[in-house]
Structures are given as C-alpha cells and as structure tokens.
Ligand binder design. Sequence first.
Ligand code: 3H9
Length: 654
Amino acid sequence: MKLSDPVTISQKGDLAIVTIDNPPVNATSQAVRAGLLEAVKRIEAMPEVAAVVLACAGRTFVAGADITELGKPPREPHLPDVIAAIEASRVPWVAAIKGAALGGGLEIALGCHGRVAARGAKLGLPEVTLGIVPGAGGTVRLPRLIAGADALDMITTGKPVSAEKALTTGLVDAVAEDDLLEAATARAGALAAEGRPVALLDRDPVAPLADADWDAAADRLRKKARGQASPLEALAALRDSANLPAREALTRERARFLRLSGSEEAAALRHVFFSERRAGASLKAAEAAPADLGHVGVIGGGTMGAGIAAALLLSGSRVSLIERDEASCAAAAGRITGILEGSHKRGLLDDAGLADATARLETGSDYAALTPCELVIEAVFEDMDVKTEVFARLDAIMAPDAILASNTSYLDVNALAARTARPERVIGLHFFSPAHVMKLLEVVRTDVVSDRALATAGALAKRLRKTPVVAGVCDGFIGNRIMSAYRRECDFMLEEGALPWQIDAAMRDFGFAMGIYAVQDMAGLDVAWAMRKRRAATRPADERYSRIADRLCEMGRFGRKTGAGWYSYEDGKPVPDPLVEGIILEESERLGIARRDFSEADIIARIMSLMQAEAQAVLDEGIAEGPTDIDVTMILGYGFPRHKGGPMFLAGRV
Ligand code: 3H9
C-alpha cells in the first residue's frame, strides 16, 4: 500500500511492515512525516495487524531531520506528533535499524516499542553538532530508556554509539546476527504476544544524575565547548527531563529546539555540514581512473612522512618508505609503529589489525622499491633543491603513468612539475600534522594537472577519510597563505600595543583551539624564520615588517622544543615572559609607535578583517574553488571554531 512517495505498508500475516524510502539517507522530510502519520492511522484501522516493523529502503535507517528544512518555519505534520502517534499505537512497533539512526531517526526509534539493530549500525543524537538540541523527544525518551550518564554523554557530545554498545546500554533490544528484517519481525511477534510495553514517556528516568553530577558535567562542558551554546543547552534540556514530568520536559525541549534552530550558531554549523560535503568538487568530477592505492610509496620518514605512512597503513594500503640510511629507516619505522600502537591502544585496531598494518610497511634506501607503486608522496625537507632532486630520481625510475605528489606546504608545485618529464602527473598533497588524525587534505593543482592526478587525489582523500579542498599554486596555497597574513597582522598589533598572551586569550575566547603564538611555539619558530631569511632579498624596502619574531629566533628561542619561544615554559605550561614583553616594547619604541590598549573585540576584529581580505584575494585569484572551501580549510586545518562557520561565513560571503 503506497501512502506517499516515500512511505509504504506491506503485510505479512498479522505483521505490517512500514518502509521509508527517501534517498539518500531517509531524512524525515515533510513527505516522510506525512506518510508515517498516515501509516499509523491506517494500521489503527486494520484489526488483523498485531505488530509493526518500521524499516527503511537503501543503506540506512532514518539519518535525522532533513537539514535543509532546519531553520525554516516547520511544516506540518511535526515530527513530535508523528512519534507520539507511533508511541500511542494500539500495536507494538519495532524499529529495524541499519546504517545510521541519527537525530530525528533515533527519536522515531525511541517512539517505537522495540529496537533491533544490524551489526555495524550507528545510533546517535548528533543535534549539538548542528547547533541545536533534539527536537522530537530525544532528551526525554533516551534517559527513560538508558542510564542518565550514558544519555548525557550521547546527547552532549553528539557522538553516535555502535549497535554493540547500544545493546549493552539497553538502547536496542537485540543485534541481528543475520537478517535484520527477520530479527525485527521476531521481536515484534514477541512484543505482540507479551503485550505492548509501557511507552517511554510513561516511565521514570533510569539512574538519574544527582545535582552535584549535573553541576560537574556543566563545568566540564563549559570548558570544552569553547563558546558553543548547544552542548550546554542540551544538558539543560536533560536536566529538565530528569526533574520535570515527561510531557512538560517535552514541551520545553521543543521550545529550546525551535529557538536554537534559528540561531547564528546553528546556521554556521549547517553551513559547515554542507560545505564539507561540497569540498573538493572538482576531484569528484574528474573522470579518469585513479591510480591504484593498494601500494603507495612515501619518501621521508620524519613527522609528516611517518604520519602519512601511518594513515595509509591504517587505510589498508601497503607502504614502501624511503629514507636516507639505515638509522633513519629505523627511526621512521619507530615513529610509524608508535602511531599504529597508539591506534591499537585507543581500540581503533585490534591485535590482528595491528599485526597486519605493521606487516604492510617496508622501509629502505633504494628507490627501486617504489617502482610497483602508482602513487608516490614525498615528504622530505621543505627546500626546493632537495625536492627537485627527489622528483628527478623518481621521474627516472617510475612508470610513465605513475603520479608523483609533493607534501609541500609553500613551494611552487608548477616549478616542481616543470622539472619532470611528466608535469601533468605531478600534484601537491598537503597533509596537516598529525597526518593520521587531521581531516584536511589540501590538494594543489598545477596549471597542467591531468584528470588522472586529480582523480587519484580524490580517491586518496576518500580512502583516508579526509576532506579534500583544491588549491591553485601560490605561496602557502589557501591555508598557510591566509594564516601567514593574519600572523603578520598579529605581530603588527604587538608593535602597536598588544601582547602575545592577550592575543592568544582573545583567540581562545573566540573559540580557536589555541592562540597564534602558542601554535607557533608548538610548531617551532625556526622554519618560518628560515623562510623569512630566504625572502629577505626580494622583500620590497617599503613593506611593513615586524622584527620581533626574528629577535626571538636570534636568541635561539624556537618554541617548546628549545624550552622558550613567545612564552617561557614551566612544567610544560606556557607562561608570559617579561623578556619577550621587553623586546616588544623596545620594537614599539624603535619604530616610534605610541602603544595603545587593545580590547579582545579589537583583536578579533583585526584578525577577522585580515583573514577575510586575504581569503577574498585567494578567491579572486582563483586559488580556491569557492568561499565554502576556504571555511572548510580554516576549520579543519587551522583551528577556526566550527560553530562560527569560518571567515567567509562570518563575512556574509557564502
Ligand atoms: C535532527 O534530526 C533534529 C531532530 O532532533 C529534530 C526534529 C524535529 N538532511 O554524509 P554523506 C545528504 S538534526 C539532508 O556524504 P555518508 C548529504 O548532504 C539531523 N541531507 O554520506 C549528502 O548529499 P550530497 C541529525 C542529508 O554515507 C548525502 O546525503 N542528523 C542529511 O558519508 C550523503 O551524505 C544528522 O546530523 C540530512 N539529515 O554518511 C546526520 N544527511 O550527496 C547527518 C545527509 O548531495 N548525516 N544528507 O552531497 C550524516 O551524519 C551522514 O550523512 C550519514 C551518512 C552518517 C547519515
């Protein structure tokens, strides 16, 4: 029986199967809500039906509200009403969960009277990651099914749990060993025989938290949220749910959801959600067959090379890693196994997985080991001559259609490509450290890049589960170019009256993970210093240039690794250093600048305007493919707060 385009009912004896079919992810669009409500009504009028299984077509259960509808005036029927109708049905409903049951999808499952999940399914309430709270009973029903502490964790982090974990907390009744529909049918039959269970709304909260636990959780969240409102709002909704009658808590939850749906934070996070999925569009459009990624070569086993190799091994590839000599090979292998063991400790790899990944690594000094690879990524010292030599050696031995990639973060990939006999098969793959963790991959396209090289970069990003953005060739590409520009501006603010720790505090309060000076201390000041020295000869004489960083470097203050940089370090913690303040004051005096006070707002306004101006230049020059890619780059690669949407979103340019 077809009720609406996306919802149908079929019957098998006294069992009705309601199926939602709304690709790509069965989101609860208006048509789905209307179809489901109609299904409940029809089934109430079918006396022969004793139980219902709610299933989905395609690869997933309902992945939530249709995000394109959020923030717009809601259209009837509303999801809470649909769920209330299911919950009040005279017969038991059992949700058959495969793929993902997220947000409104899990809320529908909570309105059902039983839940059976397929192996590998994920269940979660990710609303806080979209700047909202659950809006269809999630904060009220979930803590009436599973322990308060588990519900708090799921709802305030937004992280989904596996089917297996859901079974241990009681979120699902069973995990199907084989056929999901069969297992759900069996559960529905059992519930029909036992009698429909009491609806969750009519139950008491399970193991509710004490007042002190709520306060402690709120303190923890406030520290972690970095100014994001929704996790704390979710906690407040859960606290209402524990303290108020269920139906009153439901009304409050809905009001909170509607208020937050219209917030700037929610608009920013929706923008990021869709921008991430749109990123790297030209890679997806590439029609050529990508290089085989089953066996990849990596040259250089320092921090970046080791991270790239580990990421490849974790994705299932074989890796041949080239280093200068035996000692460097051993050091690289040590770094890589360290990363793999870390993944094993965190439960991302089991014992067999660890052994398998380790066995897929080979290290050596002979480039001949690379010849079977269709992709080689170099991550050697950031110097044009060194990289040119590596490319010349590769060019001589690799198969003509092999792709040669450079992990450079600044250098001219066009020039590098031009020095090979295969310029169209050279590409930049700029990873971020730690390369096995960071989600961003900046793909640098040369002027002559082939479709095959682009397709390979796209396939690699997918395999490594990274978000690719495509950048044209320029100094620093998208991310480092924008960061260099605003870092320069921060140094000018130092000359004009600010101090590094003030700028860092303003950035942290804005939501950055770290301030720009703490970041430099962590990364090391020496690399940027070497680059400034290289460029000194070509710098226009009238260009404003701050000497503060150079003076720190001249004193050997390269950051954490030398025990001092912009900060000094006590027990590993950065502390403001009067010596640095003295240098800054001397520079202001030397330049004849009368120092003035900077408020946090002044600092952020100046950083944003610089970032946005440089981002606009990056766009105007065609370096980035669109403003959303710039936001994705700054968020995933440079600690820009996700809930602020990125510099282009804030500038109203998307
Ligand atoms: C909510 O439910 C609020 C309720 O509490 C309140 C209700 C009153 N809507 O990610 P993929 C698109 S809040 C619209 O590449 P995967 C996506 O843009 C919602 N579109 O696939 C993409 O389109 P395109 C809570 C959506 O296999 C395509 O589907 N739910 C939605 O890597 C494929 O997506 C969430 O936050 C959506 N809800 O991952 C879940 N979801 O092909 C969000 C996806 O044109 N979704 N699209 O680029 C996800 O986490 C992942 O999509 C999922 C699949 C894990 C499901």
